[in-house]
Design a protein around this ligand. Structure first.
Ligand SMILES: [Zn+2]
Length: 83
């Protein structure tokens, strides 16, 4: 297993993923080994080793990430409400 699956496999395109939503700096896709009926992962396209490593200059990226998570959560909620 790649040490940094997100950068080495997903963002590099080595591992194909089923995209849910993508913006300039964020990618949301269906987990490749889901634990739940709906399991979606949202990642920044910039390598960030941990929350502790976040810098002030990453604030906009964090907002964009939260925005994507909110949109995806809304989509999933509506889809599940429909059925
Ligand atoms: Zn990375």
């Amino acid at each position: 297993m790649a040490e940094d699956f997100y950068c080495d496999e997903v963002l590099s395109g080595k591992t194909q993923v089923n995209r849910v939503l993508e913006t300039e700096n964020v990618l949301a896709y269906y987990h490749t080994r889901p634990f739940y009926p709906v399991h979606i992962v949202a990642i920044p396209k910039k390598h960030i080793s941990s929350l502790i490593a976040l810098e002030e200059s990453d604030n906009e990226l964090l907002l964009e990430l939260l925005g994507v998570i909110k949109k995806v959560a809304t989509m999933v909620t509506e889809e599940n409400r429909a059925c």
